[in-house]
Design a protein around this ligand. Structure first.
Ligand code: RFL
Ligand code: PHB
Length: 390
């Protein structure tokens, strides 16, 4: 088999890259380790920056997002029992974000791919990459018990943090930076109306909480929990009681509870791999970087990588220009490090940090008080939250 661009991974990065390439007439094939249903069953990100919304539109998958997504002009911060509104619209000169779940983005992209006739091989096991340091790259894998070999011009490693692409790079060619936090987020999805019209990020002595949503009738809540917690120890009732105890009185009174549709614990990590190109292999999305979810940058960073990579490859095939390919890694990393900084800062500001010296906790409270009293500080936060320009 042969294709121009072999994409490893059918998460949002791989599917969006495939869609942008297909629309530009660049032949591509996706290899995915899981089934399509498994990929759609993962509940992850929920907030899209305007640039991500624009890119999805450009990819021809904007219709349902615009019909069903919720435009949010602000969000709320709570601490010490008080709510503070961050008016994104006013602070950024009219910008906003779109609440539309990763599951829906993925579903829209899968449907567009099926309609375009581009090929995706699901349940592909033992994917092994070769030749990307030369000019004849490819991959071998097993699909339906058959061993396949696929040749290509380029490989896009869109296979997430645990994928094979980054692991295929010789250790002396790659540098990684990593910070694992001592806590995770326990998430719950339920068919209950959201507690308020905007997202609420809450700091509380029992731990951070986030009240998010997927629609007017579906809510997504998160609780900071120690990494040692097991999801099986959290009945729905225990989750709701804990959430209520961390909310401000008005939110606690407004909270509507119901059976969970999904519950899971995600560890929090900051991670960057440099560079993001190794000859004819590119890394994009979670394969190259992870942010803690505070601020919802993970999926949006994946989208900006894919924007740069699709441009670079399309330019290569249309104009025989290597400029985008040469600059891919540096362009991505410049934006990634800024989003890493923001996510790390917002995480530290809002979470209970184990064994934190008292003075650090007081300093963080002073920072929060300063933040909500200063338009300059709120504007800096808002500018990062809506997403830095490409
Ligand atoms: P994905 O979504 O991990 O997709 C990678 C795909 O590659 C496949 N794969 C392989 N395929 C073939 N061969 C192999 N050897 C393979 N190894 C892996 C996988 O099965 C998968 O389908 O990466 P991608 O596309 O870069 O997308 C990135 C986003 O998914 C990610 O940034 C966000 O979901 C991060 N994230 C969150 N971001 C937010 O902005 N807000 C959130 O609330 C949020 N919650 C989360 C998250 C990430 C999580 N992970 C990764 C543990 C919650 C979780 C649990
Ligand atoms: C979500 O809805 O899953 C979500 C929203 C905002 C975040 C993180 C996750 O910062």
């Amino acid at each position: 088999m042969r294709t121009q661009v072999l994409i490893v991974g059918a998460g949002p990065s791989g599917l969006l890259l495939g869609q942008l390439l297909s629309r530009a007439g660049v032949d591509n094939l996706i290899l995915e380790r899981q089934t399509g249903d498994y990929v759609l069953g993962r509940i992850r990100a929920g907030v899209l920056e305007q640039t991500t919304v624009d890119l999805l539109e450009h990819a021809g998958v904007g219709a349902r997002m615009h019909a069903e997504g919720l435009v949010h002009h602000g969000f709320e911060l709570t601490f010490d029992g008080q709510r503070h509104h961050i008016d994104l619209n006013r602070l950024t000169g009219g910008q906003s974000v779109m609440v539309y779940g990763q599951t829906e983005v993925t579903r829209d992209l899968m449907q567009a791919r099926a309609a375009s006739g581009a090929q995706t091989l699901y349940s592909a096991s033992d994917v092994a990459l070769f030749g990307f340091d030369g000019d004849q790259p490819g991959a071998r894998c097993t699909v339906d018990g058959e061993r396949l070999e696929i040749r290509c011009d380029y490989i896009a490693g869109c296979d997430g943090y645990h994928g094979v692409s980054r692991a295929s790079v010789p250790p002396d060619a790659i540098r990684t930076h990593e910070k694992l936090y001592a806590f995770g987020w326990l998430g719950l999805l339920s068919d209950t109306p959201p507690v308020g019209p905007e997202l609420i990020y809450g700091r509380h002595e029992r731990g951070f909480t986030l009240c998010s949503m997927r629609s007017a009738t579906r809510s997504r809540y998160y609780l900071q929990v120690p990494l040692t917690e097991q999801v099986g120890d959290w009945s729905d009732e225990r989750f709701w009681d804990e959430l209520r105890s961390r909310l401000d009185p008005a939110a606690a009174a407004a909270l509507v509870t119901g059976p969970s549709l999904e519950k899971s614990i995600a560890p929090l990590r900051s991670f960057v791999a440099e560079p993001m190109r190794f000859g004819r292999l590119f890394l994009a999305g979670d394969a190259a970087h992870i942010v803690p979810p505070t601020g919802a940058k993970g999926l949006n960073l994946a989208a900006s990588d894919v924007h740069y990579l699709s441009q670079a490859l399309i330019e290569h095939y249309r104009e025989r220009s290597e400029a985008g390919i040469e600059h891919y890694s540096a362009r991505c990393l410049s934006r990634i490090w800024k989003a890493e900084r923001f996510s790390w800062w917002f995480t530290g500001l809002m979470h209970q940090l184990p064994h934190e010296p008292e003075i650090d906790a007081r300093l963080r409270r002073a920072e929060l008080e300063y933040l909500v009293s200063s338009d300059a500080a709120m504007a800096a936060m808002a500018e990062n939250y809506v997403g830095l320009p490409w």
